[in-house]
Ligand binder design. Sequence first.
Ligand code: MF3
Ligand code: CO
Ligand code: CO
Length: 276
Amino acid sequence: MGNISIKTAEDIEGMRLAGRLGSEVLDYITPFVKAGVTTGELDRLCHEYMVNVQGTIPAPLNYCPPGYTPYPKAICTSVNDVICHGIPGDKVLKNGDSVNLDITVIKDGYHGDNSRMFLIGEPSILTRRLSEITYECMWLGISKVKPGAHLGDIGYVIQQHAEKAGYSVVREFCGHGIGKVFHEEPQVLHYGRPGTLEKLEAGMIFTIEPMINAGRREIREMGDGWTIKTKDRSLSAQWEHTVLVTETGYEVLTLSAGSPPPPAFITSPATQAVSA
Ligand code: MF3
Ligand code: CO
Ligand code: CO
C-alpha cells in the first residue's frame, strides 16, 4: 500500500495519447477479424500498423516479467477457452469462435493497454451473453472510480455482476497500475469487498480488465509459458480499459472512434464522470 504513483500533468497528456493510439489499433484490426483469418495474421497486421503507421512500439514483444520467457509476439490473441496471453500463430478463426485481442502500445515512453472481444460469424447465445456480461463488469468497475473510493469497491461490483449471471471471476490475473511502466502498483483485483484495499486519489492511472469464465474460475497454464486456459475448458471473456482517476470521477483513456458505446447504465458523459 502507499506506493501508487500520482501522475503529473505531463504524464497524463502522454497517457491520453498512448491510450487513444492503443484503442485505434483495435479499430484498425476490426474488419480483419473474421472466419478464416489466423491469429498470426492479426498479429502481423497490428504490428505493422503500430510500427509503420502510428510510430508506436508493441509493449508485449519480448516482454519478460520475472519467471517468464520473453513474450514472442506483438499482441495477445485469446480464443474461446483461453483466458489471457494467447500467443498468435497458425490458429484459424472459425464461425462461432470468440477472441480477445489485447493491445498495448508504447508512445513517447507511455503505455496504453486495452482489449476487446470479437465474436466470429454467428456466435451462440452463451458466447454473446458472456461477452456482454463481461463488458458490463468492466464498466461497472469503471463507474466506481473516483477519489475516496477503494479498490475493493471495483472488485466487488465486478464479482457481484459476474456471479449473479452464473459466471466466475479469474483470481490469478488482475488489472494494474500503468504509465512509463507496463505493470506497476496497484493490483486491481476483479473480486473483493467494498471499502477495502487502497483509497483512490486523483492522478492515479490503472487498468480494469476482468476475465470472466462461463464455468469454474480455476486456470490451467499451457506449456508455452504464457497461454492461460480455463481448467474446465469453459468459455472465457475479457475486456480492458486504461482509466485515470480525476478530481470528480474518472476518464477512460483508451477510447477512440471505434470504441463500443458504454452500457446504458453509464449515464455520465462517455469519458468523464460527473461527481454525484
Ligand atoms: N496486455 C496484458 C495486460 O492487460 C499483458 C500482456 S503481457 C504479454 O496486462 F506479454 F503477454 F503481452
Ligand atoms: Co492490462
Ligand atoms: Co492488456
